[in-house]
Design a protein around this ligand. Structure first.
Ligand code: SF4
Length: 266
């Protein structure tokens, strides 16, 4: 990162020399959500998340300090590796895959931004070998986003509806996150998971929040995949809610289910 950018983003001039990461797994699959659904990616799933969404289907990633992480090898056999993993090790694994049939590296979780210091050191090295970087995030840790923003090509941010997650809303943090993301060069979209328990007023509030900052931004209304007592919305509900979001000032609202679930990939 250029010294000017360090200054711009208010970061300390010194980064830790050998930061380590706590991972859940590294594997290859197709992107299942959003405008890039279907592209082939290498997924780096970080351990730990500050949220506890009712519909979470990656419970293994909620462990903050798992002893091991799973590496899917080229032969298709998974191998356990020890946590924490050194930046050198992960960069070496991922660099060996660059130039292959993959669109990008997807940073997922858990919440990757909880390990922003590690990413700040590792991402420039991955981009130097040609990787594009795609961040999947809960969309509320905007300070951590600022730390790695220059290294991101795509940002897939959530807006969490309290009626769906079963958790308090983070409206102000989502708004600030969106403002930071849209000021960058990264291609950004918003994802909102809707279940049968979606509260229309909360969906309208989310739509207005995005419309106030970036009305042309793609917003994905994603029906929840049934899991742990969470039920998917009906087709008429999705139809009504898409209309509600368009009426709130958005221009690009797409109803898209999780594609990797349909393909029975992870
Ligand atoms: S933010 Fe994502 S990883 Fe974290 S609890 Fe919610 S669904 Fe799970």
């Amino acid at each position: 990162m250029a010294a000017g950018l360090l200054f711009l983003y208010g970061l300390p001039a010194m980064l830790p020399r050998n930061p380590e990461a706590w991972l859940a797994e590294v594997f290859c699959s197709v992107q299942g959500e959003g405008p890039l659904a279907g592209v082939r990616q290498v997924f780096v799933r970080f351990a730990g998340c500050h949220r506890r969404c009712r519909f979470c289907d990656t419970s293994a990633a909620l462990l903050t300090r798992p002893k091991t992480w799973m590496l899917e090898t080229a032969t298709g056999r998974d191998r356990h590796e020890t946590n924490p993993v050194a930046g050198e090790r992960l960069v070496k694994i991922l660099s060996a895959l660059s130039g292959g049939p993959f669109h990008s590296i997807a940073l997922t979780g858990g919440e990757p931004l909880l390990q922003a210091e590690f990413l700040q050191a590792a991402l420039p090295r991955l981009r130097r070998v040609g990787w594009k970087i795609y961040l999947e995030t809960a969309g509320d840790r905007w300070r951590e986003l600022q730390q790695i923003l220059p290294h991101l090509d795509y940002i897939a941010m959530d807006i969490k509806l309290p009626g769906v997650t079963g958790q308090p809303g983070s409206w102000q943090a989502h708004r600030k996150f969106l403002e930071v993301a849209t000021a960058s060069r990264a291609s950004t979209f918003v994802k909102i998971v809707a279940s049968h328990a979606t509260v229309a007023a909360q969906l309208r509030r989310a739509a207005r929040l995005v419309a106030a900052v970036a009305p042309l931004m793609p917003v994905i209304l994603q029906p929840a995949t049934p899991h742990a007592g969470v039920c998917a919305p009906t087709a008429p509900q999705l139809w009504r809610w898409q209309q509600l979001m368009l009426a709130a000032g958005l221009r690009d609202v797409r109803v898209l289910p999780q594609m990797h679930v349909a393909m029975k990939l992870r």
